[in-house]
Design a protein around this ligand. Structure first.
Ligand code: IPD
Ligand code: CA
Ligand code: CA
Length: 253
């Protein structure tokens, strides 16, 4: 199944790589920060058709369009383009994210950045890979840690809380970055290139696939309260290489 999902995701990546005149085909959804292009819709339609061919009895939860009630044990959770604002501005840091979830547990995860030809994948209990190579989180301690951060673009009422937490982390770590694609950020931690990512609120398609890739690479992910994340529900995340997870305690007011 993992190989089959990877094949479909790579094919969908061609739609993104061959995109042109993206800005002309961009519209605002709920605010100037909330963008959708014709490619988000085209990639999702492609993924829906091809993934449901692999497992016709599965539900499909994708960012774009209507969200039907989930009634089946299996569910594909899909972000057709994670990092849409980066895509519109040609920053080369966007990805397709696909998780296959069984009764709330992510069994397979695939995150693909077609601009760098980097495909991250994981199968529960079997490990995580970047292209063909196994990956593992870093062993950096907090003072050497690079923190990745969101910015509450869709939940502006959380902005102050978010930046208070970022400030606390920045005071204890080496530096921070805001790259703009949460699924890919989780994979950077999985590959040992960064140590922490936190966001006050993400949607399931932003983190479902990346969460499995991270944990299979030896990392840890919880809510900001320290509880279990839910692959089918929106919520906060605090993800780390494991060694830096204790910093979560320092974020409490
Ligand atoms: C967004 C990106 C961003 C994160 C936002 C997400 P989108 O996804 O992952 O990094 O901070 O919360 O919604 O809208 O580009 O698919
Ligand atoms: Ca997203
Ligand atoms: Ca998206």
């Amino acid at each position: 199944m993992l190989e089959k999902i990877i094949r479909v995701v790579r094919e969908a990546g061609e739609l993104i790589r061959c995109a042109h005149d993206v800005e002309q085909d961009t519209t605002e959804k709920t605010s100037p920060s909330d963008l959708v292009t014709k490619y988000d819709v085209a990639v999702q339609n492609y993924l829906r058709r091809e993934l449901l061919r692999l497992l016709p009895e599965a539900d499909f939860l994708g960012e774009e369009g209507e969200h039907a009630a989930l009634t089946q044990p299996w569910c594909f959770v899909v972000d057709p383009i994670d990092g849409t604002a980066n895509f519109v501005r040609d920053l080369g840091y966007s990805n397709i994210s696909v998780a296959l979830v069984r009764q709330g547990t992510v069994e397979y995860g695939v995150v693909y950045n077609p601009f760098r030809e980097e495909l991250f994948s994981a199968r529960r209990g079997e490990g995580a890979w970047l292209n063909e190579k196994p990956i593992h989180v870093s062993d950096y301690d907090p003072v050497h840690a690079l923190v990745l951060s969101g910015s509450t673009i869709y939940d502006r009422e959380m902005t102050d809380t978010h930046f208070r937490m970022l400030s606390k982390l920045y005071g204890q770590c080496a530096d921070f970055r805001r790259f703009g694609a949460a699924a890919l950020d989780l994979c950077q931690i999985a590959a040992g290139r960064a140590e922490i990512l936190f966001e006050c609120r993400l949607r399931p398609w932003d983190f479902a696939a990346g969460s499995l890739i991270l944990t299979e690479a030896g990392g840890q992910i919880t809510t900001l309260e320290g509880g279990e994340i839910s692959a089918l529900k929106s919520g906060s995340i605090f993800a780390s290489n494991g060694r830096c997870h204790a910093l979560l305690e320092t974020l409490r007011d």
